[in-house]
Ligand binder design. Structure first.
Ligand SMILES: C[S@@+](CC[C@H](N)C(=O)[O-])C[C@H]1O[C@@H](n2cnc3c(N)ncnc32)[C@H](O)[C@@H]1O
Length: 322
């Protein structure tokens, strides 16, 4: 085991201990993405209920040239850095267009999941053999510092797929302030926001009929079993998701079907669950344009341009430093 892996495992154990000892119990959604979690998320993106992927894809397919014009700055050269890149399917649409416009670009995908990065690297190496790529595996909070030094060209940081929705408002401002520290005055930040819409549409996206989202959530318990030697019985938990229209947030939980005790060997601890006790798993925040404007202002950015899909379900917002 490498030092990095053992540090990551220690952090995982520390976070699981804190989350399962808290009231209400919670687990961090960043741990969803082990190899199986990444595979399940790729399935989620193909589900009919999970409209987010289709919306962002539509924006990229229809407005790639406007996005390109907004990214370039005099010359056609810039560095693309993607935080939480996943399998990069949507980004490939942009890169394909940029290369067709003779852009001189490099691409640095960053992801905590090696499985996702491997899928991306294989796909991109075949599709874009001439593209300069520098994939980095790890937590983007840790890798951020290394982004400070680049080719001296404009950097465009991308945070797509409504990743930002998994952060609380305070965490979002803190995250964007960290990004600001590694950005030069000319750099840009491109963020995918899921917008408020019919609550039924949102609720279904986090509770699909085929049960893939349920499997994705339950997989985190399987990961704790495997990596921390726990004995969670997955059949004794049920996935539950809802949407709160006042707060504009979808939330997902795993609910204990019965009173039970779970042992986590790596923590040398037992954890008690009451019947119907909920473990909070993930928040997926939805936004209004006003919320996006306020978030940009509070984080030291101004909106350069917003790109919407045809139904106004989703917004890719391009920010510059103020
Ligand atoms: C919701 S998916 C979005 C993937 C891609 N951006 C898209 O739009 O399809 C979130 C991605 O971020 C990665 N991720 C989550 N937390 C992370 C972290 N703290 N550091 C690095 N990557 C992270 C996951 O592995 C996953 O691939």
């Amino acid at each position: 085991m490498t030092a990095t892996h053992s540090t990551e495992l220690d952090q995982f154990a520390t976070d699981v201990l804190a989350g399962l000892s808290a009231r209400p119990k919670h687990l961090s959604s960043k741990y969803f993405y082990d190899d199986e979690g990444s595979r399940l998320f790729q399935e989620i993106m193909k589900l009919p209920e999970y409209y987010l992927t289709g919306c962002e894809l539509e924006i990229f397919e229809r407005q790639a040239d406007d996005i390109f014009k907004a990214f370039v700055n005099g010359s056609n050269a810039f560095d693309l850095i993607e935080l939480g890149a996943g399998d990069g399917t949507k980004t490939a649409v942009l890169i394909s267009h940029f290369l067709a416009r003779d852009a001189d670009i490099s691409y640095s995908p960053i992801d905590i999941s090696q499985e996702a990065l491997d899928a991306l690297t294989t796909k991109f190496a075949t599709e874009f053999p001439a593209l300069r790529m520098d994939a980095k595996q790890g937590d983007y909070f840790h890798i951020l510092k290394s982004l400070k030094n680049s080719r001296g060209l404009r950097k465009v940081l991308m945070f797509l797929g409504s990743n930002i929705g998994n952060f609380s408002r305070d965490q979002s401002v803190e995250f964007f302030c960290h990004l600001r520290e590694v950005m030069n005055p000319n750099d840009l930040l491109f963020i995918g926001f899921d917008l408020e819409k019919d609550p039924h549409v949102i609720a279904n996206a986090y509770d699909d009929a085929a049960g893939v989202t349920a499997a994705f959530n339950l997989n985190l318990l399987a990961r704790i079993n495997r990596e921390l030697g726990a004995d969670f019985d997955l059949d004794k938990f049920v996935h539950y998701a809802n949407y709160r229209p006042i707060e504009g947030s979808a939330r997902s939980y795993l609910i204990s079907r019965e009173k039970q005790e779970v042992h986590v060997a790596a923590l040398k601890r037992n954890f008690q669950f009451e019947q119907w006790e909920a473990v909070f798993m993930e928040i997926s925040q939805k936004y209004t344009i006003r919320m996006i404007e306020d978030l940009a202002a509070d984080s030291g950015f101004a909106i350069k341009r917003n790109f919407f899909d045809g139904r106004n379900y989703y917004c890719d917002s391009l920010w510059q430093l103020v």
